[in-house]
Design a protein around this ligand. Structure first.
Ligand code: NAD
Ligand code: LMR
Length: 329
C-alpha cells in the first residue's frame, strides 16, 4: 500500500447510521480495496464517549486499510484537511416540532459545518448530506462554503434509488443488476418521484416490461416514497444499515464512476435542467465520470412525470424559501 490515506469525516458518528457506516468505510468499501482511510469522527460533546466506544471497536476490527481515527466535538477540527465529508448527524424531529423548527434546528448544525468545510477542508472535498431534511441541509451547508465549488455538495437519494430497484426486482422477478436507468427526482421525502419511463430491464424498456400503470401509481411510487416511514413503523427506529449502504454506494460511484450506458440518482445542485430552479439541491438521474456527478440531459419528460417532478421540486423551493426567511442561507 503506497497511497496516502484519504481523510473521511463522519458526523453523527455515534448514531445508528454511524455504527453501520464506519465499519464499511474501514473495510475499504467506500473508496475501494487499495485506498487507505483515516477517519475523523464528529459528535456533540455528550456523545463523544459513545463515539470513543465505536472507535475502540474499529480498532478491534484490525482493518488493514484503516490508518487512524480521531474524534472531535468541534467542526473546524473535524473538517480540517478532509477529503470526504459524510454529514449524517442531524436534529431529529421530535413531538410537537413544526417543520420550521426542524429547519431552524438543523440550520444551527449545517451552517457551522459549511463554514468549517469552507475554512479548512482539502481542495478536493466532496460532501454527502444524509441527515434530514437532507436536500435542504445540503443547501444550507453549501451556502456557507462559498469557496468550495457548488457541485461538491450533494444529498442522498441513493437509498430511494435502491429501494426502487428492490421493488422492481420483486415485481419482475429479475435480479436488481438487470435494471438500469432508473431515476429518483426531487426531494428525499414522500413527494419524491421514482421514474421508470426511461428505465431498461435486460435491454428492454422497463415501463413496458412492468406494463401496469395502476401498480406504478398506486403501489410502486407510494411504497418507495413512504419506505422510510414504513421502516420507522416496523423497527421503531429509522433505517440505518440500508442508509449506510446507500451512502457507501453514493460515494463509491462518485469517485469510481457509473457503468457505460447506465445512470443512478443523487441530489445535486440544479443548473436549471428540466425546469428545476437553479441552485436547488434536487435529485436527478446522474452519471459519474472523472470524479464528477453530471445530470443526464435530453430525457423526454411525459405529462405524468412533469406533474410529479413539479410537485417534489415545488416542495424543495418551499424549504429553500423557509430557510431563506430564517436567514440560514
Ligand atoms: P441517530 O439519532 O441514531 O444519530 C444521530 C447522531 O448525530 C447522534 O449520535 C447525535 O449525537 C449526532 N449529532 C447531532 N447533532 C450533531 C452535530 N451538530 N454534530 C455532530 N453530530 C451530531 O440518527 P441516525 O439514525 O443515525 O440518522 C441520522 C440522520 O440520517 C437522521 O436525520 C435521519 O433522518 C437521516 N436519514 C437519512 C436518510 C436518507 O436517505 N437521506 C436515510 C435514513 C436516515
Ligand atoms: C429514510 O428514508 O429511511 C429516512 O429518511 C427516514 C425518514 O424519516 O423517512
Amino acid at each position: 500500500m503506497t497511497q496516502a490515506p484519504v481523510n473521511v469525516t463522519v458526523t453523527g458518528a455515534a448514531g445508528q447510521i454511524g455504527y453501520a457506516l464506519l465499519f464499511r468505510i474501514a473495510s475499504g468499501q467506500l473508496l475501494g480495496p487499495d485506498t487507505p482511510v483515516k477517519l475523523r469522527l464528529l459528535e456533540i460533546p455528550q456523545a463523544v464517549k459513545a463515539a470513543e466506544g465505536t472507535a475502540m471497536e474499529l480498532d478491534d476490527g484490525a482493518f488493514p486499510l484503516l490508518s487512524g481515527i480521531d474524534i472531535f466535538d468541534d467542526p473546524k477540527q473535524a473538517f480540517s484537511g478532509t477529503n470526504i465529508a459524510l454529514l449524517v448527524g442531524a436534529r431529529p424531529r421530535t413531538k410537537g416540532m413544526e417543520r420550521g423548527d426542524l429547519l431552524e434546528a438543523n440550520g444551527g448544525i449545517f451552517k457551522p459545518q459549511g463554514e468549517a468545510i469552507n475554512a479548512g477542508a482539502a481542495d478536493d472535498i466532496r460532501v454527502l448530506v444524509v441527515g434530514n431534511p437532507a436536500n435542504t441541509n445540503a443547501l444550507i451547508a453549501k451556502s456557507h462554503a462559498p469557496d468550495v465549488p457548488a457541485d461538491r455538495f450533494t444529498a442522498m437519494t441513493r437509498l430511494d434509488h435502491n429501494r426502487a430497484l428492490a421493488q422492481l426486482s420483486k415485481k419482475l422477478d429479475v435480479p436488481v443488476s438487470d435494471i438500469k436507468r432508473l431515476a429518483i427526482w426531487g426531494n428525499h421525502s414522500a413527494t419524491q418521484y421514482p421514474m421508470i419511463t426511461h428505465g431498461t430491464v435486460g435491454g428492454k424498456n422497463l415501463a413496458e416490461a412492468v406494463n401496469d400503470q395502476t401498480w406504478v401509481e398506486e403501489t410502486f411510487i407510494p411504497t418507495v416514497a413512504k419506505r422510510g416511514a414504513a421502516i420507522i413503523e416496523a423497527r421503531g427506529l429509522s433505517s440505518a444499515a440500508s442508509a449506510a449502504s446507500a451512502a457507501i454506494d453514493h460515494v463509491y460511484t462518485w469517485v469510481n464512476g457509473t457503468d457505460e450506458g447506465d445512470w443512478t440518482s443523487a441530489a445535486v445542485i440544479s443548473d436549471g435542467s428540466y425546469g428545476v430552479p437553479e441552485g436547488l439541491i434536487s435529485s436527478f438521474p446522474v452519471t459519474a465520470k472523472d470524479g464528477k456527478y453530471e445530470i443526464v440531459q435530453g430525457l423526454e419528460i411525459d405529462d405524468f412525470s412533469r406533474t410529479r417532478i413539479d410537485a417534489t421540486v415545488g416542495e424543495l423551493a418551499e424549504e429553500r424559501d423557509a430557510v431563506q426567511k430564517l436567514g440560514l442561507i
